[in-house]
Design a protein around this ligand. Structure first.
Ligand code: M6R
Length: 590
């Protein structure tokens, strides 16, 4: 994960880099730092903590110079401390480097370098700096030293390097970690994503794997692996900088939950021909596999029910991190649907690369325009929900569900009907938000010190139980499990004791009575039942009333209360829901 940024232009670079870094903080917030070149010196400030904390202590934006690089860290190699924070330097402090990714052979390289070089951190990144330093001793330009260094590295990287021995340029390279270039008027950015610099420019060059960019205030030169110049025009990214603001809310998460109903509308607004085309590809495929992680995988599990129930199309959902172990069954008759908000999740990308190499057709359901996954797919369907900043997926999850509904309706040749139904849902769902906020806040007051929550549901809503539990775990650090209601009695019910909260998602559909029976079994053992349902039942200790909808749409009816419950519990426990500990939004390591 980690976020990197570099800027070169006419104005002081560090304030620009700092501002861009605040937009990349979703990628990591263990530590932050900035380095600039000024008066033939590398000037560097870094510390542990979120950007605002580091800025408060060291005024990162006070570094002079019109060329600077910066970093927000999500620790992989080495604990969270100042030496491990980026940027890193060489022995003499003549160069600075920021890196996102993992150098797999760094230990070996470090052993080779240790005699001649002085290491101050435990990171894999520092090895790269020392290697570049060695090659710079030959008097080579920075890009040549970086190229020579790359020849020795195994693993993934997106990095940006500056050096006083070859000032006036940023050299940036990528392999399996995202990196884009922003082209402004006499000023240039390199960053982990375009959102970070959209305030300044929306003209973006997407770098491909094994490409190198040499960026000066005169322009950008792009080279491929063989050192041959590559010509690629910048394209316009449609997102707006303002979309990534809190809009008066305390946290991005609340703002993004509130945007959920609107996200239904935007995701349902698609090019119908394109959706039909993708749906037909899925319908005709001999084998369909959906690959995704986390919340995206739960959306996929719901998609699987929809494909089966509405279009009688069976498909399988595989955790992207396990995908490689199923590779032998993939061939050119397979359609792989890759679902990812960021479009940069490495587990998903690796699976897709593998499937593509075996001739499979790749369809992606993705939010970030121009992301690596979108560019790698044969066909992409965009979520259209705008930037999602909070680490927890909320509106993007809803949009993923909408895309699965569209595809299922398209497979039945009833796309128009599907679009109409989906768009009609957002009003009722919006109402349930307003109606439930107060009772969910009160509930959080009552339950915030509980150690375990269990979420149960049946059928298409089973994955909603898992999604509800995931939201609670990642935001409030309360242990939670979600499972099919019928599965409880096969073991987990042993954990129910007096007062244990059980969230029973029991819409008034064919699953109602059975789910209620399973909830009663837990109540008999002392559980505190939170019923998320459109139908009252006396066994609920707390009833969260949701809109009554057509059976297949219940996942959209119950989603907001689940998200809000996790949000209010996190707030009540004093946690920052936007930046949960140990997590990052874009998981670009294995
Ligand atoms: O960007 P992606 O959709 O590929 O991300 C997948 C997961 O990392 C993500 O959904 C994660 O589980 C979220 N933190 C859930 O809220």
């Amino acid at each position: 994960m980690c976020g990197i940024v570099g800027f070169i232009g006419k104005e002081q670079a560090s304030p620009v880099v700092l501002r861009a870094l605040t937009r990349l903080e979703y990628r990591g917030y263990d530590s932050a730092g900035v380095a600039s070149i000024y008066d033939n010196e590398i000037l560097l400030k870094k510390d542990v903590g979120k950007i605002a904390e580091v800025q408060g202590k060291y005024a990162l934006d006070g570094l002079p110079g019109n060329i600077a690089i910066g970093h927000v860290r999500w620790a992989t190699h080495g604990v969270v401390n100042v030496p491990n924070a980026h940027p890193h330097t060489d022995c003499e402090g003549k160069l600075a480097i920021v890196h996102n990714g993992i150098i797999e052979n760094y230990q070996e390289l470090r052993h080779q370098l240790e005699g001649e070089h002085h290491f101050v951190s435990e990171t894999d990144t520092e090895v790269i700096g020392h290697l570049i330093e060695s090659y710079m001793k030959n008097g080579d330009p920075l890009e040549k030293a970086v190229t020579a260094t790359l020849g020795q590295l195994e693993g993934s990287y997106a990095m940006a390097v500056i050096s006083v021995d070859d000032p006036g340029k940023i050299v940036a390279v990528r392999r399996s970690s995202p990196l884009v270039i922003g082209v402004g008027d006499g000023e240039y950015f390199v960053a982990s994503d375009a959102l970070s610099f959209l305030e300044k420019t929306n003209q973006v060059i997407f770098m491909e794997d094994d490409e190198m960019a040499v960026i000066t205030d005169d322009g950008v030169m792009l080279y491929n692996k063989k050192g041959k110049q590559v010509k690629r025009k910048a394209v316009k990214v449609e997102w707006e900088w303002d979309q990534a603001s809190k809009n008066g809310h305390d946290y991005f998460m609340l703002k993004e939950i509130i945007e959920g109903p609107e996200a239904i509308q935007s995701a349902a607004t698609q090019d119908k021909k394109h959706v039909m085309d993708v749906a037909m590809n899925i319908l005709r495929a001999k084998q369909v596999i959906i690959a995704a992680c986390g919340s995206s995988r739960y959306a996929a599990l719901i998609g699987r029910y929809l494909f089966s129930q509405l279009a009688s199309k069976f498909c399988d959902v595989v955790m992207a991190s396990e995908f490689q172990y199923f590779a032998s069954s993939i061939d050119k008759h397979t359609v792989v649907i890759a679902v990812s908000q960021s479009g940069e999740t490495l587990d998903v990308m690796e699976g897709v690369k593998l499937a593509k190499a075996k001739g499979a057709k790749i369809v992606s359901i993705v939010n970030v325009p121009g992301s690596s996954l979108a560019r790698m797919s044969h066909k992409a369907l965009y979520l259209n929900c705008g930037p999602e900043i909070c680490v927890a997926a909320t509106k993007s999850f809803i949009s993923q569900l909408v895309i699965f509904y569209l595809l299922a309706f398209a497979m039945m040749n009833k796309l128009d009907q599907g679009v109409k139904k989906l768009k009609g849902l957002s009003v009722g769902i919006n109402g349930s938000f307003a109606e439930n906020s107060q009772s969910l806040m009160t509930l959080a007051d009552k339950l915030y010190d509980q150690g375990n929550f269990y979420y149960i549901a049946r059928g298409i809503n089973f994955a909603m139980a898992s999604e509800g539990a995931l939201k609670l775990k990642e935001l409030s650090y309360i242990h939670a499990e979600g499972m099919p209601a019928g599965e409880l009695k096969h073991g987990t019910i042993a954990l129910i004791e007096e007062g244990t909260p059980v969230v029973a998602i029991c819409p008034n559909d064919e699953t109602y009575h059975e789910t209620i029976s399973n909830a009663i079994e837990t109540k008999a053992r002392g559980a505190f039942i939170i019923g998320i349902s459109d139908r009252y039942n006396e066994i609920y200790d707390e009833w969260i009333k949701v809109p009554e909808v057509e059976d297949i749409f219940y996942p959209l009816s119950v989603v907001l209360p689940l998200q809000l419950m996790a949000y209010y519990l996190a707030i009540r426990r004093g946690k920052d829901p936007d930046k949960p500990r140990n997590l990052a939004k874009s998981v670009t390591v294995k």
